[in-house]
Design a protein around this ligand. Structure first.
Ligand code: HEC
Length: 200
């Protein structure tokens, strides 16, 4: 085993301390970024729920399709503008390919969420955050799983159970829809948050 003499020790000490301090700062940064991302994701989930419940009660699932089509992407982009983080919803089986298609990192995480869920992890805590090196520089990424609950079934449940009105709306609006035939408790997708750590 390599040995260091006392001079070596005193030379290495500041380097080691600096290294440890940097590690602590990085962990602190990640915690802060994760908190911000969690807050943004929570806002989107709560605002979506409010809008959806209101529309489902007022005019039923067929009309509520428009909430998901117009209001949710609008809420997501408004949260993105206000927080400086890109907040989106993604899925392995997107209904809207333009907005909902998962990128390679998101696909990997969604598959991993499925494994974690199968191992018995609490669906409420299925999330991940990571700082990554991307071609443009360091980027923070966060994802939180969205689980199929009862209110989702009218539009994402088994095709044979969808109401005629919803079926017609979906066929018109989303001819390439892959977002049906889910069962209660399955992962429908995730909220994905991305933030560049370059500049202000
Ligand atoms: C009234 C119908 C309706 C209900 C109820 C509904 N959705 Fe959706 N969902 C949609 C539509 C329409 C889209 C496509 C939105 C778009 O064009 O971006 C969508 C898209 C999504 C997406 C984005 C990925 C994709 O497939 O494009 C996720 C994730 C999602 N829904 C999850 C849920 C969850 C979880 C629930 C239950 C809490 C739910 N939805 C309830 C209609 C619905």
């Amino acid at each position: 085993m390599a040995r260091i003499n006392s001079t070596g020790f005193w030379l290495l000490l500041p380097v080691t301390l600096l290294f440890l301090m940097q590690g602590a700062t990085a962990a602190e940064d990640l915690r802060k970024l994760t908190d911000d991302a969690r807050t943004a994701a929570k806002r989107l989930i709560e605002q979506t729920r409010t809008e959806l419940t209101r529309e489902l009660e007022r005019s039923g699932p067929a009309r509520a399709v428009t909430v998901c089509k117009f209001s949710v992407p609008e809420l997501a982009s408004s949260i993105s503008r206000q927080t400086g983080m890109r907040v989106t919803r993604v899925s392995l089986r997107p209904r809207n390919r333009a907005l909902g298609e998962a990128d390679p990192w998101e696909q990997r995480i969604l598959l991993d969420f499925e494994k974690r869920l199968a191992k018995g992890e609490n669906p409420e805590t299925l999330e991940i955050s990571e700082i990554m090196d991307e071609p443009v520089g360091k980027t923070f990424r966060y994802m939180k799983a969205l689980i199929i609950g009862k209110p989702c079934m009218g539009c994402h449940g088994s095709t044979s159970d969808l109401s005629e009105g919803v079926k017609i709306q979906l066929a018109n609006e989303y001819p390439f829809d892959r977002g049906t035939d889910y069962q209660l408790g399955q992962i429908r997708g995730a909220i994905s948050v991305k933030r560049s750590l370059q500049g202000p």
